[in-house]
Design a protein around this ligand. Structure first.
Ligand code: ADP
Ligand code: MG
Length: 707
């Protein structure tokens, strides 16, 4: 019999609400038992017909929760994953014919809704951890609520640790619901007193050193449980592991990392009870998603890698930022679940008190292109066609729709066949577009690797050679990275070799995995072009199709200055290998703040293109200009024929013969220039002065002349 949990007391109330009303909101603190107990209770009570789908904001949480529930329910029903309980996350699933409780990440559900808008076979959707307010969670909530208008028997339960429940309850009630909104069930759970210490003053030592000092202090005061350390991201955790080796050895602590990309058995090791005291180094997955028993002390860096989007490319980027006060409170609470706990914050009280109260929901700050495409795919007319819990800001929504049109994924307000193809790839539409183009050109496999490279963090530890030397010129930083990845595959991505070659082993591994997974979804039935150069050309062309709005031209040969089509300029970073090309697409720039603003940006990675490709692909954006102009340097009239792409001159021809043939029109230009230059340029100044004096005299003496 599984141990009693606080949530057990309210399970009948939840079952009743779901059965009678079809919608409910459940608020209970982390560790109360929401994730692990509620789905099973609904199933056992027969409150829903069909499968129960539980949405998790993180892959790690989906897998761990599924494993936990499978074991807890175990017994005759089989405790194996993929039996009664399974999970499905991007690129990984354990689901069987008997699966009744399916833990999924939020994105998996929205994508499933595309192919199966009625969610056949699903009797209940549980949106867990809704307080995280990921874009995909908001999207899932809106889509399922909408579906409920047609399928009243589809139950919808929203669960959260810290949510302000009333607005969600009101939203769930919907136009047909009761005025009181959806029922709200609360379980207060039990929390113990916390002794919270703040840093006396800001500490600028590396985080690892600060953590080591804190651990030493705790251990010397006497530690009788596990320590949970909150760090911003995987990279910081790996660095911190090194810094902690010594103190861990002295006090006999097992240092255990816990983050999303870690192999499953290592994740399990951090969560499982152990004989040795544990020092768990976690990202914010341990904030509310994953509960680890036995924690009596929390060390909080106060930082997280927050999902942002490059305003330039729209591609996701993770940036280290201070977490909100709400997150600080959640993190601290992890120390007081089973008895009074201790919390060491590596930031000052003032720092804490001046932080924002809550995180800004992703929908208010995210790139919306992927969500917009999914909605079009589901037959809705884009972002504006959905009733949101909180609608996205209009400028971001407009930018997303505009980009989809530009990528050819949407036309006249509806998804195109090309747009449908992009939906097969669970990546930003820009990257999907590159792969789709590459499929048609027989270079799908390397294009998938390029998409993975673009979507990942920087592969190179340093955008220069391993010894600081400038890199060999290349037409594309991406193809350069691709070559590095292929070379790394040759030696099986050995970390020491990677590091020696100036590559980040962790990123290389992640890119390699995503590249292979994308390649599995891509069509590879076209013959590849013959020769490496031909392949590279097709790849560069495909890259252009993902970034048609990011075309630029060098201001002068080999200058780092790039002028963009549509306005603005930037400078290629010294580490970019694109040294010769005149026309480029800028695919990766240092963040500049404002969305789409290209006032002066640093371009980290670029890829060469040719003017003829723009003509072939985007004739509708090409303008022709044919003018007679004065060439001041050569003091003559010339005919200039220009081709522009969004206002950027991509081709220009000047000739004097054309001007000669133009006759009178050329003479007019010449006359205009002559007048502007001043008549003194053409006649003897003394003679002119005398002539003027004579004319003035005649005008005075003989006014009738009208001079
Ligand atoms: P909630 O979703 O309300 O935050 P959970 O259902 O995740 O809570 O966890 C309830 C309790 O179950 C936790 O307090 C913990 O004791 C236990 N638990 C959950 N997951 C695991 C796991 N993977 N291993 C061991 N214990 C677990
Ligand atoms: Mg939970």
């Amino acid at each position: 019999m599984p141990a009693a949990l606080p949530i057990d007391a309210v399970l009948p109330e939840i079952v009743g609400a779901v059965r009678d009303r079809g919608v409910a909101v459940l608020v209970a603190p982390p560790g109360a038992g929401k994730t692990t107990r509620v789905p099973g209770a609904l199933l056992d009570a027969g409150a829903v017909t069909g499968e129960i789908v539980v949405l998790q904001p993180r892959r790690l949480a989906a897998r761990l929760a599924a494993a936990r529930v499978a074991t807890e329910r175990g017994g005759a029903r089989g405790g194996e994953l993929g039996g009664e309980v399974g999970y499905e996350v991007r690129f990984d699933r354990r689901i069987g014919p008997a699966t009744r409780i399916r833990f999924v990440t939020e994105g998996v559900l929205t994508r499933r809704l595309l192919g199966d808008p009625e969610l056949r076979g699903v009797g209940c959707v549980i949106i867990d951890e809704f307080h995280e307010r990921h874009l995909d969670g908001d999207l899932a909530l809106a889509l399922v609520a909408r579906l409920r208008a047609r399928r009243r028997e589809l139950a919808l339960l929203v669960m959260s640790a810290t949510l302000d429940a009333e607005p969600v309850a009101a939203f769930l009630a919907g136009p047909l619901g009761a005025p009181a909104g959806a029922p709200i069930v609360r379980s207060e759970g039990r929390t113990f007193a916390l002794a919270i210490e703040h840093a006396e003053q800001p500490d600028d030592r590396p985080i690892g050193r600060q953590v080591a000092a804190a651990v030493r202090r705790i251990a010397q005061d006497g530690l009788d449980g596990d320590v949970l350390v909150f760090l911003p991201g995987a990279a910081e955790i790996r660095r911190c592991q090194d810094d902690l080796a010594e103190v861990a050895a002295i006090f006999d602590l097992a240092v255990l990392p816990l983050y999303g990309d870690l192999p499953a058995d290592e994740q399990d090791r951090a969560v499982r009870p152990a004989r040795q005291r544990k020092l768990i180094l976690a990202t914010n997955v341990a904030e509310t998603s994953v509960t680890i028993d036995g924690v009596v002390c929390v060390i909080d860096s106060g930082l997280a890698r927050i999902a942002r989007h490059s305003p330039w490319s729209g591609l996701p980027s993770l940036q280290i930022e201070p977490v909100s006060r709400a997150s600080c409170t959640q993190r601290a609470g992890r120390a007081g679940r089973t008895r009074p706990g201790r919390v060491i914050r590596l930031y000052t009280r003032h720092d804490h008190d001046t932080r924002r109260a809550f995180e800004v929901p992703e929908i208010a700050r995210a790139d919306l292109a992927e969500a917009a495409l999914e909605l079009h795919g589901a037959g809705l007319a884009g972002l504006g066609a959905l009733a949101w819990f909180e609608p996205p800001p209009a400028p971001a929504a407009d930018a997303a729709e505009e980009l989809l049109v530009r990528l050819g994924a949407v036309a006249s307000g509806a998804i195109t066949p090309l747009g449908r193809r992009l939906l097969r790839f669970p990546v930003h539409p820009r990257l999907g577009r590159i792969i789709a183009e590459a499929e048609a050109r027989g270079v799908a496999e390397p294009a998938c690797a390029i998409a993975a490279l673009l979507g990942a963090r920087e592969l190179r530890l340093e955008r220069r050679g391993p010894r600081g030397e400038a890199r060999v010129a290349s037409p594309s930083d991406l193809i350069d990275d691709l070559d590095a990845l292929y070379a790394a595959r040759q030696h099986g991505l050995r970390p020491d070799r990677l590091r020696r070659d100036g590559l980040d082993p962790y990123t290389a591994g992640a890119v390699d995995r995503v590249a292979r997974q994308l390649a599995r979804a891509a069509r590879d039935d076209r013959p590849a072009p013959a020769g490496d150069d031909a392949v590279d050309r097709e790849l560069q062309l495909a890259i252009l199709t993902g970034f048609p709005d990011r075309v630029g031209k060098r201001r002068a040969p080999r200058s780092a200055e790039i002028v963009f089509a549509g306005g603005g300029s930037g400078a290629l970073a010294p580490g970019s290998a694109v040294i010769d090309a005149e026309l480029v697409v800028a695919v990766d720039v240092a963040d500049t703040g404002a969305r789409g603003q290209a006032s002066k940006v640093q371009i980290r990675r670029a890829s060469a293109i040719e003017a003829s490709w723009l003509l072939d692909l985007y004739l509708d954006r090409i303008a022709e200009r044919d003018e007679l102009v004065w060439n001041a340097g050569r003091q003559r009239v010339e005919r200039v024929a220009q081709l522009t792409y969004d206002g950027l001159v991509i081709d220009e021809q000047r000739d004097v013969d054309g001007a000669r043939r133009a006759g009178a029109a050329a003479a007019a230009v010449l006359a205009r220039e002559a007048i502007a230059a001043g008549i003194e340029q053409f006649v003897d100044p003394d003679a002119l002065a005398q002539w003027r004096a004579r004319v003035a005299l005649v005008a005075r003496l003989v006014p009738d002349t009208g001079l």
